[in-house]
Ligand binder design. Structure first.
Ligand code: ADP
Ligand code: MG
Length: 573
């Protein structure tokens, strides 16, 4: 068959296959054009999920007669004046959208640039241009989308589903530009001139108010990466990634580097199947990122993905640990402290011996677990009420510890609290280690032995000291105190992880999770009766535990009910 050059309409239809997948992509391209034209008010109307009509009205620069005619030509753009693909400050730059959309629909453009004596109207089917009474900016109407290409029409989902995609696209663009007003079908309204936090509430809903943590513009050490925005506190999350808004140089993206970094940052405080909410804006030199990956442009290529990832994880974790309630250095026990061994202090020794951990320093809770329950002891008067979590009043339902503090009535989930403590100790390597008189010998397959030995040093930092003991076994010499686990299973699991993942940074995260799981199983169970000293020790331990506000699955560890809340509950005010 002879080679022939394809006619323009066919070339455009082929290109449309890439650029214009569905109504939502048409909306995206046209709204991006409106933004590029400097509009600050954009009105979008979509009928039948975009199948019959999409109309976009903007108040931007408009076009001259000449530009209007050029705008629907292939690869015609006003956005690359310097022929430099690496320096892109506009949302679009390929000059493909208008000709592609025109090739698969009936498109009519009305526009006025405020300079000529009148506006112009272009029917893209017939390429007939005529004067128009259009007064400001541009209106583009896309009618009968895909009517000319029935094969594509068949791929559309229900009108409702297509409309949902349109809403999603508009929300993402609205989050990119809180200063610009957007109206979609007169139903979704994001007013012009909002601050980012106001826009977040308009887009995500009123209920996110007070649940988002603000990230002030943070840069890395040499200033080439910066991140700002809002992230949800760990107890606030969604079942899907729907409310994760990510931007690179102000362009909405769904990039796996960013999504992965976000997940990793929350790893310690949120279950893997739950999703934090966020509006995160990453800015970096346009030379370090290629946004030119796909026509749909939701993916980007970073020159140094690991740097970007590391920077984001660090910045987010910093924020999360700052804002988690952290009582460290906040309150030290004040009473019963003595510099010398006076009578007074020896009396104290007795006191402590009787009530082992009321004022003993860390680690307290684990020790109390091994002491017999002392029965009813009323030492509560001796404990300072001004401790952050206050003094224990009692236990409810063998599940919750009730305490009173200056702040109010404190209710602590004992299981979540203990889990947090164990996990933080593991993480910060302050786990108490117990040397074993007789080593525990675990039998494994030779390759498993080799794998475990590879991560010997990592395991040591988690309180597990071990070494090879013949070809098919490992001897454990030290273990985390109070931990009596199925060591064969733990080491087997760990070796599998090493064999699957190799010695990578991922492996470290995986080991972390593994330990977290064991921490969880080992934790004081809901339903376990605790005595006063145990409860007190648990509270004191939480006060010195980093990020104590959540268990490592993101559930809250405690809640404080203020006196004023109780008063209003009882209608006293
Ligand atoms: P690109 O946006 O990549 O340049 P398009 O095909 O989307 O390509 O648009 C072609 C050109 O038409 C743009 O470069 C711009 O000059 C002009 N244009 C498109 N939409 C508008 C609009 N809403 N207001 C003003 N000019 C527009
Ligand atoms: Mg464009």
């Amino acid at each position: 068959m002879p080679i022939r050059e394809l006619p323009d309409f066919l070339i455009n239809q082929i290109a449309a296959g890439e650029v214009v997948e569905r109504p939502a992509s048409v909306v995206k391209e046209l709204v991006e054009n409106a933004l590029d034209a400097g509009s600050d008010q954009i009105i979008i109307d979509v009928t039948d999920g975009g199948r019959t009509m999409i109309s976009i009205i903007d108040n931007g620069s408009g076009m001259s007669r000449e530009d209007l005619l050029k705008s629907v030509k292939r690869h015609a753009t006003s956005k690359l004046p310097a022929d430099d693909l690496s320096n892109i400050n506009f949302m679009g730059f390929r000059g493909e959208a208008l000709p592609s959309i025109a090739s698969v629909s009936d498109m009519i453009i009305d526009t006025y640039n405020g300079l000529d004596s009148n506006g112009w109207s272009l029917d893209c089917n017939t390429m007939t241009i005529k004067p128009s009474a259009w007064e400001q900016g541009t209106r583009i109407r896309v009618l009968n989308l895909f009517a000319k290409t029935p094969a594509r029409l068949k791929f559309l989902r229900t009108d409702r589903a297509e409309m949902m995609s349109v809403v999603e696209v508009v929300k993402r663009l609205a989050m990119a530009r809180p200063d610009v007003g957007f109206t979609l079908n007169n139903r979704w309204r994001f007013p012009r001139g909002q601050s980012l936090s106001e826009r977040i509430i308009s887009v995500m809903g009123d209920e996110v108010q007070n649940r988002m943590l603000e990230l002030n513009d943070t840069s890395n050490s040499n200033g080439e990466l910066s991140l700002r925005g809002f992230i949800s506190e760990p107890t606030y999350r969604r079942a899907s990634s729907i409310d994760q808004y990510l931007f690179v140089n102000n362009r909405p993206v769904k990039d796996k580097v960013l999504v992965g970094a976000l997940r990793a940052a929350y790893m310690d405080v949120m279950h893997a199947r739950e999703f934090p909410l966020c509006a995160l804006y990453l800015n970096l030199d346009s030379k370090s990122v290629d946004v030119n990956v796909s026509p749909a442009k939701t993916e980007v290529h970073f020159l140094e993905p690991n740097r970007v990832r590391g920077f984001i994880i660090r910045t987010l974790r910093d924020k999360l640990s700052q804002t988690m309630v952290n009582f460290e250095n906040n309150q030290q026990p004040q009473s019963y402290q003595s510099d010398n061994h006076s009578e007074h202090s020896s009396f104290l020794m007795d006191f402590k011996n009787n009530f082992p951990s009321v004022h003993a320093s860390k680690p307290a809770f684990f020790e109390t677990l091994n002491t017999p329950v002392l029965g009813e002891i009323s030492v509560s008067e001796n404990v300072e009420i001004d401790r952050p979590l206050g003094r224990v009043i009692g236990q409810y339902g063998k599940k919750y510890i009730i305490a009173e503090s200056d702040q109010g009535l404190v209710i602590i989930d004992q299981h979540a609290a203990h889990e947090r403590i164990v996990y933080e100790q593991l993480r910060s390597h302050t786990i108490k280690v117990q040397p074993l008189l007789t080593p525990i010998v675990v039998n494994l397959k030779p390759e498993q032995v080799a794998a475990v030995l590879e991560v010997k040093d990592e395991l040591k930092t988690s309180g597990l000291v071990l070494d090879q003991f013949g070809d098919t076994s490992i001897a454990i010499f030290e273990k985390p105190a109070d931990w009596d686990l199925d060591w064969t299973k733990l080491l087997g699991d760990i070796s599998d992880e090493v064999l699957v993942n190799g010695h990578s940074s991922q492996l470290h995260e995986k080991l972390h999770l593994k330990f977290a799981n064991y921490a969880c199983h080992h934790s004081v169970r809901a339903g376990q009766k605790l005595d006063y000293a145990q409860m007190d020790a648990l509270l004191r331990d939480i006060e010195t535990t980093e990020r104590a506000g959540q268990c490592n699955h993101g559930r809250p560890v405690y809640k404080i009910i203020k006196m004023s809340d109780l008063d209003s509950m009882f209608e006293r005010i």
